[in-house]
Design a protein around this ligand. Structure first.
Ligand code: C2E
Ligand code: MN
Ligand code: MN
Length: 403
């Protein structure tokens, strides 16, 4: 199937812009053999390349380009299919914005292309080209959070040894820190439920009587508060997960929580309740009064797995939480994906205007953290920094600027 792939990248600082010509020469002969056509636009630093050909050859070539040290910050913008090529009979053509004016470049791109048949339909490929040429595409984020310049160093067990399995409980909790790496600070600890065999939340809930789920979900939070007390979390915040129906269906739920928080020496202001985006929408009307009660007690609310559900940003017209946690799916490989980057930028902008704290979850790669930090996010949760630890807080990896 005829595939169009557009990516943007930056010429590596060690690669002089004069080398662009030879780079494109090489590409042209290689691409002719692969039956790939396209254009490469550059202003000497930023690059936009359009590749067209069979899906297999375009994707293979793109993977090679990503590994080519002459480029950095290679980000995929479009992978799309079409009836015909926009750039025929050119293995690869270079348009250098340092040599010609934007107007001339635009004209010659049109001259060399078969774009007319696409233009009537608001062609996104053409729009990317036009925006790049007219300089409306902002440069990629700076070198401050360049993944090559950061290394991790381990802090051992910040709260001491874990407690081990706790007897006489129907379940256990694992804690995972949410960190602010640039400050070297733990911003909160999330309590994740575990079966007594260490099993996942999903497995634990599947072993329960279906009509007991909400009650158990609510009551087990007392163990999480007790654990925080035993470990001595001091002024740190503690986040717990709850199904909204656990607050709606169980009589006196909020009173129960507040009582348990206080008898374990915590303040309600230290506690955050995390509810997933989808659960929030399905039960919104019923959940509304529970939200008011929680807020009245000073307990914080977070939307968990934001971006994985159906509502997205429009949910914020109805309700603004204290905190939003961006779902792992969107965070995964964000440094490589234009669509993911666009979505996260809009979430950042929205949460900045609304003064909602953002957390990115599921960070596994230093490149993901660097991109998100450059986009203005300061709080992170993920295996890169710390794994959940049963009845304790595990080692934390802190990033350090090393060059
Ligand atoms: P969640 O609240 O989004 O919690 C984060 C989950 O992602 C945890 O899985 C955690 O172990 C995992 N995680 C953290 N960092 C990474 C990472 O870098 N990579 C990957 N692949 N995973 C990471 P866990 O503990 O299995 O929890 C799954 C879900 O179960 C939670 O998602 C939460 O929605 C739910 N849950 C946990 N405890 C409770 C509870 O007490 N009550 C209720 N109702 N739900 C709970
Ligand atoms: Mn959560
Ligand atoms: Mn989550």
């Amino acid at each position: 199937m005829l595939t169009t792939l557009i990516y943007r990248s930056q010429l590596h600082p060690s690669c002089k812009s004069a080398q662009l010509v030879s780079l494109v020469e090489q590409a042209r002969s290689r691409n002719t053999g692969l039956n790939i056509t396209g254009i490469l636009l550059s202003d000497g630093r930023e690059i936009l390349q359009i590749l067209e050909g069979s899906e297999e050859s375009v994707v293979n070539l793109f993977h090679k380009i990503r590994d080519d040290k002459r480029h950095c910050n290679v980000v995929e913008l479009i992978r799309d299919y079409g009836p015909r090529r926009r750039f025929e009979n050119v293995g690869m053509l270079l348009f250098d914005l340092q040599v010609k004016s934007a107007k001339d470049v635009l004209q010659s791109v049109l001259h060399y292309s078969k774009l007319e048949s696409y233009l009537a339909s608001d062609d996104r490929v053409f729009k990317f080209i036009q925006t790049f040429i007219t300089g409306k595409m902002p440069p990629q984020s700076g070198a401050m959070f360049d993944a090559d310049k950061w290394t991790l160093s381990r802090e051992n067990l910040p709260f001491g040894e874990g407690i081990g399995l706790i007897a006489n409980q129907s379940c256990q909790f694992a804690l995972q820190p949410i960190v602010e790496p640039t400050e070297g600070k733990i911003s909160s600890l999330e309590a994740l439920i575990r079966g007594n065999d260490g099993g996942s939340p999903e497995h634990f809930f599947s072993t329960l009587d279906q009509d007991k789920i909400y009650e158990v979900d609510l009551q087990t939070k007392a163990y999480a508060f007790a654990l925080a007390e035993k470990l001595g979390i001091g002024g740190h915040k503690l986040a717990v997960n709850l199904l909204p129906m656990s607050l709606v269906n169980v009589p006196g739920a909020v009173e129960f929580l507040v009582h348990q928080i206080k008898i374990h020496g915590l303040q309600p202001e230290q506690v955050i309740i995390e509810v997933t985006e989808n659960e929030m929408i399905s039960g919104f009307n019923k959940f509304n009064s529970a939200i008011k009660q929680l807020r009245a007690e000073g307990i914080g609310l977070a939307i968990d797995d934001f971006g994985s559900g159906y509502a997205g940003l429009s949910l914020l017209t109805r309700f603004q939480p204290d905190k939003i946690k961006i779902d792992r799916e969107i965070v995964c490989d964000i440094h490589l994906s234009g669509p993911k980057q666009a979505i996260v930028k809009s979430i950042v902008s929205c949460c900045t205007d609304l003064e909602i704290t953002l957390v990115a979850e599921g960070i596994e790669k230093i490149e993901e953290w660097c991109w998100l930090e450059s986009a203005g996010i300061r709080r992170f949760q993920g295996f890169l920094f710390a794994r959940p630890q049963l009845n304790g807080v595990g080692d934390i990896n802190w990033p350090h600027f090393s060059r």
